[in-house]
Design a protein around this ligand. Structure first.
Ligand code: ADP
Ligand code: MG
Length: 474
């Protein structure tokens, strides 16, 4: 086929270039095409049979190709790459290199064509998804700020609660150490997390919690500071990062700080002062950028007076004190919490339970010694165990029933919020009407309201709107 190459050489070359994914062609040292592979045809749309034997210049003159890199290589023998837009609409990276014979005489130019069209598409898509990610991020931030973390999961409307919230948002902007006090179950953990997620640190690090009461002093120490390989006699022990490192850039929450071992307190004080740690058994100092939040239900001041807690550490921790009062001192928060947990557990257990007026009143007048945690547990238990859709006084835990003396007649119940009571009553009446009527229209007639009103109210109260039969299981 081509005088300068033996048939054998040509068939080896043909097999070789045929196996390549990129487009490829070979032209001789004068610019005459010798061969091209199938990928070349696919990418350029040029019929290789028509091309072979022709000169590159002919291809350009007939607009088969816009430019021929192999001709440029012939000029100075330099390998080069060019971006070429082919008539097929594809953008190709063409690389051409001289092939030499053993005796140093130029033999041919090999050109490869890499299709960048696909790559461009992918990078275009990548750009698009980056734009989308940015948009979602903004949206999430917005939701977090408006409803998310504030209204949806951190519940309360009392003056006390709102003051705490305002304070939390304010201090979130600083790195100052915070001490949260308050009885068990009031939401100290929740508040600590809230502050972290309100702060810039939510983007630069994690919220890490350690329960200082849960571990004996030596374990607590290694958990906090980490250790190097071989720090303990146990030969298997690999090194481990401590909590301070894991919280780096973020927030370290020292829960139950009142239980922090006395003998370990000077070491904690040092970290707070120097902002650096050393692994147990390690020599290197590791700088730490951590926001500290501590919490306790103990009276630390008194412990300091009794020399059970180090005074210097106390003052280091107590930079911004925040107190969460017990629920009975902010009764306005009880109702929103009941509603919140009822909704949550109805969702979790796929139920539509609601409270009778009596039950609601009893819950609202209870003192909740276990605070929010007790509210949460009580509601969950009642949602799970009440036999009927309506949770009555019989479903209440004994201590709450006792506290409220539920045997008193309704007329002597303490005053509660009117709207809640009316809603509950309305729901109960509608449910009964639905139960005793074969059709929605019949129920509406009994209640003497429009069918559309009934449908709307059904939706509001999560009632099915179908006739409910005693045998129906839901
Ligand atoms: N203001 C609140 N809004 C919603 N849930 C709360 C609130 N305060 C506490 N909780 C819930 O009550 C329970 C106890 O809260 P937690 O923060 O662990 O209390 P503490 O750390 O003070 O003992 C948790 O399940 C928490 O989610
Ligand atoms: Mg706690």
């Amino acid at each position: 086929m081509h005088a300068r190459f033996s048939q054998k050489t040509l068939s080896i070359a043909r097999a070789l270039i045929e196996s390549v994914h990129d487009g490829m062609y070979i032209a001789d040292h004068e610019g005459f095409y010798i061969m091209a592979n199938e990928a070349f045809e696919r990418i350029t749309g040029i019929n290789r049979q028509e091309m072979v034997g022709r000169h590159t210049q002919y291809m350009i003159e007939n607009s088969w190709v816009p430019r021929a890199v192999n001709l440029e290589v012939i000029q100075d023998f330099q390998t080069r790459s060019r971006l070429v837009l082919y008539p097929s609409g594809r953008q190709l990276l063409v690389t051409a290199a001289m092939l030499w014979r053993d005796n140093g005489i130029p033999a041919a130019v090999v050109s490869t064509l890499r299709d960048l069209t696909e790559l461009n598409l992918i990078s275009e898509e990548l750009k698009n998804s980056q734009v989308m990610i940015e948009r979602f991020k903004k949206r999430i931030e917005y939701l977090e700020e408006t409803l998310g973390s504030t209204n949806k999961f951190f519940i309360g409307q009392s003056t006390d609660f709102r003051r705490t919230l305002t304070m939390a948002k304010k201090v979130a902007g600083s790195d100052a150490t915070i001490m949260i006090t308050g009885p068990s179950g009031v939401g100290k953990d929740v508040l600590a997390q809230f502050i972290h997620y309100q702060s810039r640190r939510k983007n630069s690090g994690s919220f890490v919690k350690i329960d200082c009461a849960a571990l004996p002093a030596n374990l607590l120490e290694s958990e906090l500071f980490g250790y190097d390989k071989g720090a303990f006699t146990d030969a298997r022990t690999q090194g481990k990062q401590g909590m301070f490192e894991r919280a780096n850039g973020g927030t370290l929450f020292l829960d139950e700080i009142g239980e922090f071992p006395f003998e370990l307190q000077p070491k904690l004080l040092n970290v707070l002062q120097d902002r650096q740690i050393k692994h147990l058994g390690g020599l290197a100092t590791i700088p730490i950028d951590v926001r500290i939040i501590a919490a306790t239900n103990m009276n630390l001041e008194q412990m300091v007076r009794e020399r059970k807690f180090r005074e210097d550490l106390y003052y280091r921790l107590n930079v911004i004190p925040m107190f969460i009062p017990p629920l009975r001192e902010r009764r306005e928060d009880i109702l929103p919490m009941i509603k919140h947990f009822l909704k949550i557990y109805n969702q979790n257990y796929n139920t539509g339970k609601f409270l009778s007026i009596e039950a609601l009143n009893a819950l609202m007048n209870y003192d909740w010694p276990g605070n929010v945690r007790e509210v949460r547990n009580t509601i969950e238990r009642m949602v799970v165990t009440s036999a009927d859709d309506v949770i009555t006084r019989h479903d209440l835990p004994g201590e709450i029933r006792k506290a409220y003396r539920l045997d008193t007649p309704a007329s002597s119940y303490p005053v509660g919020p009117l709207k809640e009571a009316l809603d509950t009553l309305e729901r109960e009446l509608i449910r009964k009407a639905l139960e005793s009527s074969p059709t929605l229209a019949e129920a509406a007639r009994i209640l003497q309201i429009d069918l559309s009103t009934l449908t709307r109210k059904n939706k509001k109260y999560g009632l099915t709107g179908h006739k409910t039969h005693p045998l129906n299981i839901y």
